[in-house]
Design a protein around this ligand. Structure first.
Ligand SMILES: *[C@@H]1O[C@H](CO)[C@@H](O)[C@H](O)[C@H]1NC(C)=O
Ligand SMILES: *[C@@H]1O[C@H](CO)[C@@H](O)[C@H](O)[C@H]1NC(C)=O
Length: 241
């Protein structure tokens, strides 16, 4: 074997060792996630357990007082969390992502995940807790549009906001008709950026009109922003259209 083959060989061994280490009691969850009051939040989560034969998977989320905020059997949950929490992913495939709907002021946590593996063992991931940083009002909308438009030319405007509920992303509504595109970008710590892009062909009747973008979050909170369109005539020199 030459030097490169040896190198490859060692890299493979290293990867193998890392994989073995990963299959013990570990969890990947942010320490905090921002959540909009009255809306929903998704805590992204994935867990690992030692290689073992497992018959059933029971995923549970609890608070610091070991009170249950999510359990597949609803009667085991604290009253105020029933019908508000939900496991989103496939619990048998290491996905422990939790959604909390209709966020309340005292939903801040910290919370932690517990897995009960039927026929094997149970484990509470107490070393990695997650808190929800409650936000009263959403951040301002990031709005961009060309202000000076030439008559007949295509106009494109974009409106974006941050959120942390990819299951029910915010809805965008534009005051002007046109073609709309939606983009979702995953950031870190459960944050997402949602963007709506509107394109349309401008004409004279748009001059001095307000172009408004309205964003409605799951749960009903909304905000809006606008800009005044300035449409120049084709024959700007003579200023007649
Ligand atoms: C867990 O499940 C959710 C919902 O299906 C999905 O969006 C997410 O990507 C999954 N996470 C992982 C790490 O696979
Ligand atoms: C100008 O645009 C408006 C709004 O898109 C449309 O209703 C109208 O028909 C257009 N007028 C012309 C002359 O194209």
């Amino acid at each position: 074997m030459d030097v490169w083959q040896w190198l490859l060989f060692f890299i493979c061994i290293c990867v193998k060792v890392t994989q073995t280490e990963a299959s013990s009691w570990t969890i990947d969850v942010p320490s905090s996630v921002k959540g909009l009051l009255g809306s929903c939040v998704v805590i992204p989560c994935s867990y690992n357990y030692p290689n073992a034969k497992v018959q059933t998977f029971t995923g549970i989320w609890t608070n610091d007082g070991n009170q249950v905020i999510y359990h597949p059997t609803e009667s085991k949950m604290l009253e105020q969390y029933r019908r508000r929490t939900k496991l989103l992913g496939d619990i048998s495939k290491s996905n422990c992502s939790l959604m909390i709907e209709n966020l309340q002021q005292n939903d801040g946590g910290p919370f932690h995940f517990r897995i009960e593996l039927g026929g094997y063992n149970s484990f509470s991931y107490l070393n990695k807790k997650v808190s929800i940083l409650m936000i009263r009002e959403p951040n301002a909308i990031d709005f961009s549009a060309h202000e000076d438009i030439k008559e007949g030319q295509p106009v494109s405007a974009s409106c974006s906001v941050f959120h942390s509920c990819p299951t029910y992303p915010p809805a965008f509504h534009w005051s002007h008709s046109g073609e709309q595109h939606f983009q979702a970008q995953k950031l870190h710590d459960g944050q997402w950026k949602a963007t709506s892009i509107l394109t349309f062909r401008s004409n004279r009747t748009d001059h001095n009109k307000l172009l408004q973008c309205r964003v409605t979050y799951h749960g009903g909170k909304h905000q809006e922003t606008s800009k005044t369109l300035k449409v120049k005539c084709k024959c700007a020199f003579l200023n007649i259209c």
